[in-house]
Write a protein that binds this ligand. Structure first.
Ligand SMILES: *Cc1c(COP(=O)(O)O)cnc(C)c1O
Length: 216
């Protein structure tokens, strides 16, 4: 069985185990560090949604890929510098890493300019790790409101749990936070823990190495 089929089967099983419907879970295939040659077979196998964490790398790979396959959907899952906002708004279909007011303001302005209203997630630093991006949990309510006031199309919350902690506590926490701010989409779960995330309500899972193999 292909890696893609296996991941979809695991998602299906996790949905069954938690009385969810697999149509409510979108697999974001994280293709960072992999080239067009590695990505194209997944597209031919039917995968449409991909995730990249660097704007420049994504531009190089996905401008040609989107030209060839216009129905691809590309998610930005990595930190976004304000000087890359213009390119990001031009290329990405979803931005998962909105985490500070300055960025939200630049995004809102650029989207107006480009006539777009790209769905966004607010990234939450659930473990409050100093080196990690993401808004702190206690700031989520206020920051969400600020983003909505700016006109951003905020659809959900995203998190990357600390490496050395049980992810499920963080997933449950993110779900609780999303409920509090009345957002419905949850982007959580990576190769090591996406089935746990699905059981806890993830609507988007971001899976890289389980599909493409280990990154060098
Ligand atoms: C790289 C990355 C992933 C995918 O990680 P894997 O462990 O390879 O599945 C998911 N989310 C983010 C934000 C990433 O940077």
């Amino acid at each position: 069985m292909s890696n893609l089929n296996e991941v979809y089967q695991n998602i299906e099983k996790a949905c069954q185990d938690s009385q969810r419907q697999s149509k409510d879970v979108t697999l974001v295939a994280v293709s960072k560090t992999y080239g067009i040659d590695a990505i194209e077979p997944f597209i031919l196998e039917g995968q449409k949604t991909f995730g990249e964490n660097r704007v420049q790398e994504a531009v190089e790979k996905f401008i040609p890929l989107k030209e060839k396959y216009p129905d691809l959907k590309l998610h930005l899952i990595g930190p976004l510098q304000t000087n890359k906002v213009k390119d990001a708004v031009a290329l990405f279909d979803v931005i998962e890493s909105v985490d500070r007011l300055e960025l939200a303001e630049k995004l809102a302005k650029e989207m107006k300019k480009q006539g777009k209203n790209i769905p966004c997630f607010i990234q939450v630093n659930t473990g409050k790790e100093p080196q990690k991006s993401g808004c702190f949990p206690e700031d989520v309510e206020k920051f969400t409101q600020s983003c909505l006031d700016l006109g951003l199309n905020v659809i959900g919350l995203m998190c990357i749990p600390p490496k050395d902690e049980e992810p499920s506590a963080h997933f449950a926490f993110l779900k609780k936070l999303a409920k509090k701010v009345n957002l419905h989409e949850l982007s959580m779960g990576m190769s090591a823990d996406y089935t746990i995330a699905v059981e806890q309500g993830a609507t988007f899972v971001r899976v890289g190495s389980a599909l493409f193999g280990p990154r060098g």
